[in-house]
Design a protein around this ligand. Structure first.
Ligand code: ZN
Length: 675
């Protein structure tokens, strides 16, 4: 091929790409079709043919590259550049007004003053983070646990409304939501029904499932949509949220047009009411609105509580309600042995999801509802919250309904069920527990939890595979996962060479585990991820945690006597400890760094006691702030207390501090100290 010929091909390729890109933008960003889909396909075909003939001229941003690179072996982990927060939520106008007031108090503004907010639809989809380098799409990741997500670049490329190339050659990281439209969802389920396949439960699950596929052709066939709403990293950050959305649109991202710059809280509430009524008309599911303080300077000042930003809130719509029949009440045994009654429902569609089961929490809840088997009930679901039975329609009874009686024995192992004593006076728990340590149901659930995302995060070890491994007697306790042999697994049905290798390498990777996740993995009753995180940071090593006595444990902020008792009971149990020691032999534990916290010399190493109410933050926020800066919080004033922070109507702790001559801080002084 001559140089001249190659140059001409190159020019033709560039023109074709530009033209296809022009029509893509028109169609996906502006809803305009200037040419027919057939004509556009023909252009794409010419481009694809030419590129096949001249592979050296293929560029990364070419429209043909949306489904390129073939099937992946596994999804790589991505460590996010900045932490992905989740939002606090509110459900009523009053709750939203309280949020508005909290914001003003924190900013020390007069409560009568207006604050500008931007309100956007809260799309019921899957969050993604996209990176562009010099204007070219570089990487797309899922949110994951907020710190580590999964690389799903190959699937995000297939989404036509995601630009492969921006209008400017900039480095930028943005965030958005991937979703499936109601109409595509419907068509897909009609197709599946015709093919005799199981129907998808709701669009959100398919969108999430499609993004995590290894083969990009599957995601491409699902016609996913995207809305981008935030810039994570960019050298010229806009000054307001409103300008940020406009900039995103100008750069070529698809931004949801239905956002509004509201002058004050009242306008936000109007927006919320308007869309509550109109939400059915949109072609996507959204379960509320996201409200952010418009000005970035104020956003920065407001900052984060340790869990969520203080400058934003998810303002959820009222829950959707439908009626259905409770056909049966069954029992489920959880990993801590708690036995939960579950309503088996006549399947019903609520909030876009097919629902056939709902938790009834405990025996008392069934009594409170007055529920009998066969009753017609009102079922309620709000967004991604689990559905619940809220009312029994007694007028529809026929007389055939049956009373539910809580059995005395575990439905799995037949052991006697017991109530636990909880609280300082030893009151009985509402829930019944299976107390058999060897109950198979408990062991299974613990294993499911052990491998789950929140804990050891072992890819490819879901409940079905764990069932198969347990039934083949290969696994009984968590340590067994780390001793699985390749040929043992290969002998099981459904496993091929490649899938076994993938599984074993995910297990290998899981040997390096953070202390907090290890503690959570033990399934100690009442000890969830948050408490485990506090315990890990307090003790710093598994040995210190195991050696801590009841008094030390109960003195830790966020633990208290109930949890301390559970931990002590758990540690006394030989079965638990044997199983843990076997596990420890397999692991390399990553202990929390000593000063994970930002060191603030005035706070670090100091002990605080809080009393009374603070204006600008609630008590949990104040505690989180102190901990973040390396200090600790005690519940009672003693000689070892460094500061007592006294809010409004401070109580006896204030007097005690005065008596002991301990420094008392006003809220103002506390805020200066923690700045
Ligand atoms: Zn049992």
């Amino acid at each position: 091929m001559s140089q001249i010929e190659k140059k001409e091909v190159k020019i033709r390729l560039e023109k074709l790409r530009d033209l296809i890109e022009y029509h893509r933008k028109n169609y996906h960003l502006k809803d305009i079709s200037e040419i027919s889909p057939e004509a556009l396909d023909s252009l794409k075909k010419e481009l694809s043919d030419l590129e096949s003939a001249y592979p050296s001229l293929v560029t990364a941003d070419s429209p043909t590259q949306r489904v390129a690179g073939g099937v992946k072996d596994e999804l790589q982990k991505v460590v996010h550049k900045s932490r992905q927060w989740s939002l606090n939520d509110c459900f009523t106008e009053d709750e939203f007004i309280s949020f508005d007031e909290r914001v003003k108090r924190f900013l020390k503004l007069n409560l009568q003053k207006d604050i500008e907010y931007v309100a956007e639809h809260k799309i019921d989809g899957l969050k993604i983070i996209l990176e562009y380098k010099k204007g070219i799409f570089f990487r797309g990741a899922t949110r994951g646990d907020g710190v580590i997500g999964e690389d799903v670049t190959h699937n995000i490329r297939t989404i036509e409304s995601v630009p492969l190339k921006l209008d400017r050659p900039i480095n930028i990281t943005v965030e958005g939501e991937v979703w499936m439209s109601k109409s595509v969802f419907k068509t897909l389920n009609i197709q599946r029904e015709e093919e005799g396949l199981e129907l998808f439960a709701n669009p959100r699950n398919i969108a999430a499932g499609s993004l995590r596929q290894l083969d990009p052709n599957i995601a491409a066939s699902r016609k996913l949509g995207v809305f981008i709403y935030d810039i994570t990293e960019y050298k010229e950050m806009p000054k307001t949220q409103n300008e940020e959305l406009k900039l995103l649109g100008n750069l070529g991202f698809k931004v949801n047009k239905d956002f509004k710059l509201c002058k004050n809280a009242k306008e936000v509430i109007e927006f919320w009411n308007k869309w509550q009524d109109k939400k059915e008309k949109q072609d996507y599911f959204f379960d509320g609105i996201v409200v952010k303080v418009n000005e970035k300077k104020l956003q920065d000042e407001l900052g984060y509580t340790g869990k969520a930003p203080r400058y934003a809130i998810a303002f959820k719509f009222k829950a959707e309600q439908v009626t259905t029949i409770v056909e049966n009440i069954t029992l489920q045994v959880g990993r801590t042995g708690v036995v939960t009654p579950v309503a088996e429902l006549r399947p019903v569609l609520v909030y876009g999801s097919k629902v056939s089961r709902a938790t009834l929490h405990n025996e008392d809840e069934i009594r409170r509802l007055g529920l009998k088997i066969g009753d017609t009930v009102i079922l309620q679901k709000a967004g991604d919250v689990i559905p619940e039975v809220v009312e029994v329609l007694i007028d529809l009874r026929t007389g055939q309904e049956k009373e539910f009686k809580m059995p005395k024995n575990c439905p799995v192992c037949d052991s006697i069920l017991e109530k636990k004593s909880i609280g300082s006076k030893g009151e009985g728990s509402a829930a019944w527990y299976c107390i058999n340590k060897n109950c198979e149901a408990k062991d299974r659930k613990k294993l499911y939890y052990f491998t789950s995302k929140k804990v050891f995060n072992i890819d490819g070890l879901g409940p079905k595979i764990i069932d198969a491994l347990c039934d083949a007697l290969l696994v009984k306790i968590p340590a067994d996962f780390f001793n699985l042999k390749k040929d043992e697994i290969l002998a099981l049905p459904r496993f091929g060479e490649l899938s076994v290798d993938n599984l074993l390498s995910s297990i290998e990777r899981a040997r390096n585990i953070e202390l907090s996740r290890l503690i959570a993995s033990l399934s100690i009753p009442q000890v969830g991820e948050e408490t485990s995180y506090d315990l890990a940071n307090t003790f710093g090593s598994i040995e210190k945690f195991l050696n801590a006595d009841f008094d030390t444990l109960s003195g830790i902020f966020g633990v208290g006597v109930v949890i301390a008792r559970e931990i002590s009971e758990w540690k006394k149990d030989k079965y638990h400890m044997d199983s843990l020691h076997k596990l420890l032999k397999e692991l390399k534990i990553i202990n929390p760094k000593k000063n994970n916290a930002i060191v603030n010399s005035k706070v670090s190493g100091k002990t605080f006691v809080l009393t009374g109410t603070l204006d600008s933050m609630d008590r949990d926020e104040a505690k989180a702030l102190i901990k973040k800066l390396g200090g600790s919080v005690a519940s009672a004033v003693s000689k070892s207390t460094d500061y007592v922070v006294a809010g409004e109507s401070a109580g006896s702790k204030y007097d005690k501090a005065q008596e002991l001559g301990i420094k008392i801080l006003t809220e103002e002084e506390f805020r200066t100290l923690t700045k």
